[in-house]
Ligand binder design. Structure first.
Ligand code: ATP
Ligand code: MG
Length: 611
């Protein structure tokens, strides 16, 4: 982030703010108090029980991880998960691992890897701790996962099932009916082992067999009815190429990844709650030793104590879609201009819209974590941005819908061509940030809506006979307007009231009810302004499987030509401002240049949507 116009956060970063407790904090505090993980060893890199046994006491009190699949750009929901996992590690003397969960060969792409790393770092986090870079990819553990599968087979806890997918589904039963044992369930460990190796060696066709954990076909939890843990899939993996034609299932791979990395608290979203019994089963089986029928001992593969899974409610935000697939559709069908379109809820989109890392951290802190799904109102997100920017964004005047204002007595009072120097504080609460300077002259730009020929009720701005103050300038009295042949107003006319300049003695002797913003034709700069609004006009655009494209807001982007005050001439991409009376704006990080300024509206000054 450029800091030229965004000063240090004077309201305190989220790190300094008192933390609201939640169930995850309570679990961690209890684990720390009881020393649940105090005896763990860490060998400096991920590995099995023997590896970590050779290490030292873990310098990290807890270990969490952020495990995205590199199959798309991160969005605001991921930001919640990032702030949560990295934030808990930071707050409790722990370490958070950055892990690419890339065990699914079909969907992943290295294109996304860098954008994900960028997003996490931009949000203010990193994975370096205790001299180690905790950046991992799950596909590096394929060898170990394979070994764990053979381990289960040898212990009589997994079998190769060659039922047709159809039979497998039928025999799984349902909520009311217990499942039926597969005819392959009684295979011996030796048979299973050689068949599994044939799977690995490419001797079976895709889909011809799966390796299943042998648990309980009558379990009330269908996920415990002998879940598949390895499948045959001839696909080229972005990291391991064609080394493997069998791949672990997510539910098998994920707990193992956690254990190899010595994760203590594995935090995921609620839809994995039903998978927790399998997570625990697998962790227990792999971290204990087994005595085989012939008396041989299989020693524990994974270090104990095992990681534990905890589920929290995913972020649902009104007017926003967070499915990667649907976001991709918006991009691919040209409904938005790319992943970083400022209307997108992606982290790159929010960043280009003018969101700051601090505002997103504040958002994560404010919405908290709960154990039940709910919807967060979009205005909460915007409120966090306003609260973050208000104390740190420089102020500026801008006229977004310009009409000329002519001071008809200017030449007579000030002399032809004269310009008057005006100034205003860069920030009303930071005198030390200095002043902005601009000219006042005969021809100014004002907002078209600041003039009404016949004033509506409660309108105190320009109408014939009324006096207003031009902010940081003089008081004027409106005398009328000129129109074109169509009756369109082309110019507003006013007379300057002498001795009313802001900041001069006696300047407030003339009382006015209205103050308006303006820029001078003498020094204003032309700028493109992109007025963004919500991408969807319905609060739940994809609720109940409806076509989310149907509720695209047709006016989510309006591009206008505006005039801005000269202090903005030196603005750099990413600089953030409050345009007085209009809201928060950011110099576009891609298109803004010194010769062609482009500003994006980040958010209005107050919440206009929830009314
Ligand atoms: P999608 O289903 O859109 O592909 P995902 O949940 O599968 O998204 P992952 O890349 O697997 O995306 O997510 C990485 C992490 O981010 C996971 O731990 C996941 O729980 C978390 N996460 C994803 N979406 C949200 C959300 N809306 N709110 C909170 N956390 C989320
Ligand atoms: Mg996922």
């Amino acid at each position: 982030m450029s800091t030229a116009n965004v000063k240090a956060n004077s309201s305190g970063t989220p790190e300094d703010a008192p933390k609201v407790s939640n169930f995850l904090r309570q679990i961690i505090e209890s684990d720390l108090a009881h020393g649940t993980y105090a005896q763990r060893q860490w060998a400096g890199s991920p590995g099995d029980a023997a590896h970590h046994a050779s290490g030292n006491p873990d310098p990290a009190k807890i270990r969490t991880r952020f495990p995205p699949e590199p199959n798309g750009y991160l969005h605001v929901g991921h930001a919640k998960s990032i702030c949560l996992n990295f934030g808990l590690a930071r707050d409790y003397g722990g370490v958070c691992h950055m892990r690419f969960d890339d065990t699914n060969p079909e969907k992943e792409d290295t294109e996304y890897v860098n954008s994900i790393l960028d997003a996490v770092q931009w949000l203010g986090f990193n994975w370096d701790a205790n001299g180690t870079s905790h950046l991992y990819q799950a596909s590096d553990y394929f060898d170990f996962m394979y070994r764990a599968a053979e381990h289960l087979i040898q212990a009589g806890l997994a079998y190769v099932d060659e039922q047709s997918p159809e039979d497998m589904r039928l025999n799984r039963g349902d909520f009311n009916t217990p499942g039926k044992d597969s005819p392959f369930r009684a295979r011996t460990p030796a048979e299973n082992l050689s068949r599994f190796r044939e799977m690995r060696d490419g001797q079976l066709a895709d889909g011809a067999a799966v390796l299943r954990a042998k648990i309980d076909m009558a379990s009330p939890n269908i996920n415990m009815r002998d879940p598949a843990i390895y499948r045959i899939r001839r696909a080229t993996h972005h990291n391991t190429g064609d080394t493997w034609c069998i791949y672990p299932m997510y539910t098998f791979a994920h707990p193992i990844e956690d254990a190899l990395e010595q994760i203590t608290h594995s935090i995921c979203t609620l839809e994995f709650e039903d998978q927790r019994p399998f997570y625990d089963w697998l962790m227990a089986r792999l971290s204990e030793s087994h005595t085989l029928a012939d008396g041989t001992q299989l020693s524990a593969l994974l270090a104990a104590p095992s990681p534990k899974q905890y589920e929290f409610a995913r972020l649902n935000l009104t007017y926003v879609i967070t499915s990667k697939r649907k976001l991709a559709q918006l991009v691919n069908e040209g409904k938005v201009n790319g992943w970083d379109d400022p209307r997108m809820p992606t982290i790159v989109g929010l960043r280009r819209r003018g969101y700051t890392p601090e505002s997103l951290q504040l958002f994560a802190e404010r919405i908290g974590v709960t154990k039940s799904d709910s919807w967060i109102d979009y205005s909460t997100l915007e409120g966090c941005l306003r609260d973050d920017l208000d104390p740190k964004a420089a102020r500026a005047m801008a006229v977004l819908d310009p009409i000329q204002l002519t001071i008809t007595n200017w030449d007579e009072l000030m002399g032809e061509g004269a310009l008057d120097n005006c100034h205003a504080p860069v920030h009303p609460h930071h005198a030390e940030w200095g002043q902005r300077h601009f000219k006042f002259g005969k021809q100014l730009w004002i907002e078209r809506t600041d003039y009404e020929e016949v004033p509506s009720k409660g309108f105190f701005r320009l109408f014939p006979g009324n006096k207003v103050r031009l902010k940081y300038g003089h008081v004027i009295e409106c005398t009328g307007a000129n129109k074109d042949a169509n009756g369109q107003i082309t110019e507003v006319l006013a007379q300057l009231i002498p001795d009313t300049k802001s900041g001069t003695p006696g300047s407030d002797s003339v009382k006015v009810k209205g103050v308006i913003t303006w820029v001078s034709q003498a020094d204003a700069i032309k700028a493109e302004v992109r007025l963004y609004d919500r991408l969807f006009s319905e609060a739940n655009p994809d609720a109940g499987g409806k076509d989310f494209l149907a509720s695209l807001n047709p006016s989510s982007l309006k591009v206008i030509e505006a005039y801005v005050e000269p202090s903005l001439a030196n603005s750099k991409p990413d600089d953030k401002f409050q345009f007085e009376r209009h809201g928060y704006f950011v110099a576009d990080r891609i298109d803004h240049t010194g010769t062609k300024p482009v500003f994006n509206r980040s958010t209005g000054l107050k919440d206009t949507w929830s009314k």
